[in-house]
Design a protein around this ligand. Sequence first.
Ligand code: G3H
Ligand code: 13P
Ligand code: ZN
Length: 331
Amino acid sequence: MAINYQELGLVNTRDMFKKAMAGKYAVPAYNFNNLEQLQAIINGCGQSGSPVILQVSSGARKYANPTLLRNMGKGAVEMARESGYTIPIALHLDHGDSLDLCISCIENGFSSVMIDGSHLPYEENIRLTKEVVDYAHKHEITVEGELGVLAGIEDDVVAAKSVYTQPDDVEDFVTKTGVDSLAISIGTSHGAFKFKPEQCSLNEKGLLVPPPLRFDILEEIEKRIPGFSIVLHGSSSVLPEYVDIINKNGGSLKAAVGIPEEQLRKAAKSAVCKINIDSDGRLVITAIIRKVLKEKPAEFDPRKYLGPARDELTRMIIKKNERVLGSAGKY
Ligand code: G3H
Ligand code: 13P
Ligand code: ZN
């Protein structure tokens, strides 16, 4: 039997984005696969008073089990309310690749879906995206589409180089598909290795500085579809403090580089209403688990290393909402 997201206490992204556009901030979309990540997202966003999009990839759904995941979403809302957090919470499918997957998520309580046809020829992207919109809107579900290709790993697809979104296409795409928001490619990239060292310059501390985001393309897009909600994928900053902890505690992440926080701050003040963050959360968890296990080699209670990892992730989320997204206190 189909479960409606409203019964779970979730909301779609419509009002969230309207307020984010007016208030010049971006709503965070944090990916989760397990209990500790979900606890950290709810507590981090609850404590900082930020609206939040709980984001689930098809891989996460396979990993966690769709039924368990829906109940985790429901439990997350109940936990938030019991903790006194009145923040709006959306449950969103990340990088959906078919109508069937979107329908399955909608029937399992998701309040928002992404249909990612960015790798398809333009007309096919329009056709698939419109099909999803037609189905989703009957159920008051919001839909994110994508135009342009991000470099890096996009689920199972590895794109060698980014194909920036063409401003000439965006008005036609959003009109023909009816999407509620549009993910664009302006130089962000998925994963912890967003740029090759040869694409970067070095700063005075010897750290790699990536090429700047293409704010000129973003501005051109804003002119073509004024007031329309834009989404940035691949927006982890790959925080050097956590990469350092990983490398000092037996890990080996060389030349990991992300999107500088000040550029994301600038984007959040524009029509960018949603910023996707997954890799930064993965790095925090891995860093703390490595550190605890190295310091306490006899420890074998998962709560003793997952607990500190979760607590550090909560702190990172609060900082991001306050200093980067600008979403803290905007519920
Ligand atoms: O954009 C992709 C997200 O980071 C999800 O990654 O497919 O490994 O769950 P995943
Ligand atoms: P990061 O890999 O930069 O965290 O991007 C996540 C993302 O875009 C999820 O869709
Ligand atoms: Zn993405």
